[in-house]
Design a protein around this ligand. Structure first.
Ligand SMILES: C[S@@+](CC[C@H](N)C(=O)[O-])C[C@H]1O[C@@H](n2cnc3c(N)ncnc32)[C@H](O)[C@@H]1O
Length: 266
């Protein structure tokens, strides 16, 4: 019995212990049946995941080239198409763990570049990149912290690959990523150079238009891009925004929309 099977068996036993005082009564039988069903579901979804990883050419390629995840190829594709990085750029990588985008950014910006990687989870060091892990980008204090680290400079590229723990409900996942995307957009207002690039991950959903309107208020050029390395069954795509608009007094509607940024539930 492997570790996963042991884990599943332990959770079944726990479930049975918790739910039935007499395993032969009606409730107990129901608990046993549902636990079996649950275990079967878990087993098949994890073996599906393993099979998918094994057969995925990007996973193999990432392992060969030493990237921490297959996501590296999404950014490489974006860079090839939109010419994002230059040597010496300052890059802020939001939602960076395990670090394959950080690896790509370090490589593209060279020795003179500076890459800052932020993630709510732990993250192992990547070359010369500055790692700020265990930091939630959804709270203003993280923004202030990163801004202070930039001293008086601004970033040339701000990229957010932040994504919530997908719950499997497209509506819920969309709302969750909207919150994250809005936080990343808000950060760009004060911290991105005018000719810089903002890359932002999004899931298709009902508020996509609202977010795009906000991008349009702030950038002249916005491209929506689904890299070939992004799984076809995934709802994700990326906005690549360039040429920030110069500051002008926002309209009442824009101010209200901007207020929405911190009103979104985290
Ligand atoms: C798809 S992964 C990023 C993969 C990464 N770009 C790479 O190439 O290795 C999404 C990341 O977003 C992070 N994340 C989610 N919510 C966050 C938050 N509020 N603040 C910072 N990071 C967050 C997750 O911890 C996760 O590591």
């Amino acid at each position: 019995m492997n570790v996963m099977q042991q884990g599943i068996r332990a959770s079944i036993t726990q479930l049975i212990d918790l739910t039935c005082w007499n395993k032969w009564n009606y409730q107990g039988r129901r608990a046993i049946l549902s636990a079996r069903f649950y275990a079967r579901g878990r087993k098949s979804s994890s073996s599906r995941w393993l099979r998918r990883q094994r057969d995925d050419p990007y996973v193999k390629k990432a392992m060969e080239l030493g990237y921490r995840s297959r996501s590296a190829f999404k950014l490489l594709e974006m860079d090839k198409k939109f010419k994002i990085f230059k040597k010496g750029d300052i890059v802020i990588d939001i939602g960076a763990s395990p670090g394959s985008w950080t690896q790509v950014a370090l490589d593209k910006t060279g020795k003179r570049g500076l890459v800052m990687a932020v993630d709510i989870r732990g993250m192992k060091s990547v070359g010369e990149a500055m790692i700020f892990d265990h930091m939630d980008f959804g709270v203003p204090s993280t923004h202030t912290f990163i801004q202070n680290m930039l001293v008086n400079s601004k970033a040339d590229v701000i990229m957010s690959d932040m994504s919530p723990n997908v719950a499997g409900s497209p509506k819920f996942d969309h709302q969750a990523i909207m919150t994250q995307a809005l936080c990343a957009l808000k950060f760009t207002f004060a911290n991105l150079v005018y000719n810089g690039t903002f890359i932002c991950k999004m899931f298709h959903g009902s508020d996509e238009g609202l977010f795009k309107d906000m991008l349009k208020q702030n950038y002249h050029r916005i491209n929506e891009f689904k890299p070939a390395a992004s799984r076809s069954e995934s709802n994700e795509f990326y906005y690549i925004c360039r040429h920030r608009k110069y500051y002008r007094k926002p309209s009442k509607e824009e101010r209200e929309n901007a207020d929405l940024i911190w009103q979104y539930p985290i």
